[in-house]
Ligand binder design. Structure first.
Ligand SMILES: NC(=O)c1ccc[n+]([C@@H]2O[C@H](COP(=O)([O-])OP(=O)(O)OC[C@H]3O[C@@H](n4cnc5c(N)ncnc54)[C@H](O)[C@@H]3O)[C@@H](O)[C@H]2O)c1
Length: 221
């Protein structure tokens, strides 16, 4: 197998392949989401059928995805939740802490900064920025709101890998440009702006309504 080709197949020795296909990576992320929640709820084991019920991926596919990366499951017992979380995080190379800078201390930004939604998956909001001087200095969760002019210095000092945009659409592109210039390679965009970024930068746009359309498609077909 070429190391530059993405793979959908299991590696014979159960080792992590060099690169996953988008499909495998997307499914592993969905398993991880369910497993993280299950772990929080105190669940120790989970079967491929349960994973299937929560992710809507069929259980044969799940067993195939997971068997490709080593023997995690025991027949009749299911998978050990804790060990599967760390194995998948290793495969997705997301083990450890990843620092996030959040832009916009408005309704959405404050809700994100005060919740565990990112922390549960190893992302830490290390800074929150706003352009409105009346918000700068305000306490939000464990952070004090900084002025957006500090972006570059904070990205460097705090080793920020993800920029999260919770700003009005008109402000998003300029912030994306500043993040790219500061070396940030992942942008999580809550605004509806279609961001222009260089090819090495990944933009993920969050749109609950679009996710719902996807669910509706499967409901209707
Ligand atoms: N995808 C989703 O799930 C979802 C949900 C809610 C809101 N949104 C979107 O998120 C964005 C924020 O929504 P909101 O309700 O929090 O708005 P809001 O008006 O309450 O907050 C926006 C904040 O951004 C700040 N801001 C403006 N320009 C800035 C800049 N250049 N740098 C830093 N901060 C700047 C404002 O001062 C304000 O504090 C909007 O684009 C909205 O459409 C998306």
């Amino acid at each position: 197998m070429s190391t530059t080709e993405p793979t959908d197949a299991a590696t014979p020795d159960g080792m992590t392949p060099e690169r996953l296909t988008l499909g495998v990576a997307a499914r592993l992320s969905r398993y991880l989401q369910v497993l993280t929640q299950a772990k929080k709820m105190g669940k120790e084991t989970i079967s491929s059928q349960e994973l299937s019920d929560y992710t809507h991926v069929n259980s044969t596919q799940i067993r195939r995805d997971l068997s490709g990366f080593g023997k995690f499951g025991k027949r009749g017992v299911g998978y050990n939740v804790e060990s599967l979380v760390s194995q998948i995080r290793g495969i997705l190379r997301t083990a450890g802490q990843h620092n996030i800078a959040l832009f916009g201390a408005g309704h959405l930004g404050r809700a994100i900064a005060s919740s565990d939604i990112f922390a549960d998956h190893g992302f830490r909001v290390v800074a929150i920025f706003d352009a409105d001087p009346s918000k700068v200095g305000m306490e939000v969760g464990p952070q004090r709101v900084r002025h957006v002019d500090e972006l570059r210095a904070v990205v460097e000092d705090e080793d920020v890998v993800v920029g999260v945009l919770a700003v009005p659409p008109a402000a998003a592109q300029a912030l994306a440009d500043d993040l790219v210039e500061a070396g940030v390679k992942i942008i999580f965009n809550y605004s509806e702006t279609l961001l222009q970024v260089p090819p090495e930068v990944t933009v993920h746009t969050s749109s609950p309504a679009v996710d719902l359309l996807y669910a509706l498609y499967f409901y209707l077909t």
